[in-house]
Ligand binder design. Sequence first.
Ligand SMILES: Cc1ncc(COP(=O)(O)O)c(C=O)c1O
Length: 450
Amino acid sequence: MNSNKLASEDKSKESKHIYGRAVEVLTGGVSRNTIFRKPHPFYVKSASGSYIKDIEGTERLDFANNMASLIHGHSHPAIIEAVTEQLYKGSAYTMGTEAEVLFAELLNARTPGFEKIRFMNSGTEAVMTMIKASRVFTGKHKIAKAEGAYHGTYDYAEISQTANPSNWGDIDKPNAVPVVQETPKGIIDDMVIIHFNDIERTINLLDQHADQIACVLIDPVPHRIGLFLATNEYIEAIYNWTRKNNALLVFDEVVSYRVNYAGAQDSYSVKPDLTALGKIIGGGFPIGALAGKSEIMNVLDPRATFLRHPHSGTFSANPVSTTAGRVAMELFDEAAVLKLNAFTMKARKQIEEVIKTVDVPVCITGAGSMFRLHFQKNTPNTYRGAYQDKDTKAIVDELLDYLFFKKDIIMINTLACMFSTTLTQNNIDRLSEALFDGFKLVKPKIDQLV
Ligand SMILES: Cc1ncc(COP(=O)(O)O)c(C=O)c1O
């Protein structure tokens, strides 16, 4: 039995017991696979700032921040206060609230391309509505998206998210690979799979379906592809292609919105027609939003004589999420964004020093307040280049387990960190020291991969 396993048993008695009950009532014992870990998930007692305490009493330093959704860490006092005040007044009504108007005013003022906005409940829903609105506006059906990009679980958006060497096909003719079995063929046929940051191949692939494409869906910093920024040239090339071919350029900024004050889109000379948002804009509560040009957003307008895209949602724009989101985004002002980005860059440099000291073939990608470690010497810039085979993934998991059980540190399962404003230099020192020991542990195995 390895030492990681022993440690996990010592620290997990109560969680093991709860998981025993969980599997009796929840499929696989979980409601989201993200939190599953072997031999069982750990259950939270409380969380504050950058720390989460489990029910056994172990306190862990959290760099996952609920998959990049908590920009101010856990239970921020100003958010708690505002949400508590709202809760006494009710949490959801079949009526409008000023909370949604205030929040819409804030976001639309923040990003120049946001002329109109609609709130919903998740990033998945935002991407789904963005795709449907694109179809309605252009009168076309096909959707182009990058191989490996994660955009939530709408049937179209998830195609090719998990493409692997056995099914991704020739690089010049990438397959549209379903994630869920029995995905209807019609959906697969309506997808055009492109390559992130590869202008020539992307334009060539788009050209083959030019008169049928409603939108090109891009996450400018796609975490699952490898967490690197789309180049300006790439975005410009796609933008120009969409102008010529009556198609929309639509951004999934569910994760990347944090990169600049006005979103990752502020990094580019051209802007998307529509943007899907989620995660940090909920201030820790469920949210999604679709924002963009009025002319396109109008397809959702119930005042139209002929409503082309009816849109609702029982909890859309509920005042709890919109209040929490507004407070969180007010706190994440221009100065806070710059400060957090600079702090993250400093942390990356510190970790790069650790990599050099241990002399391990690891590189770092990232943007703004996010970064990801890759077990390869050369920095990848494509999905296929960053793809981890089974052997590499096993070492990634070993390092993640080591950090979780031995160092009480939580990272995202891609070896990514999504920073929050509550992190301190001491937290980074602790992460660097843990990675120093962790890299030494896995170095013999990584060296063998190269
Ligand atoms: C880039 C991106 N888009 C969309 C989504 C879906 O968001 P949600 O989980 O809120 O449905 C995610 C979730 O991780 C995401 O990372």
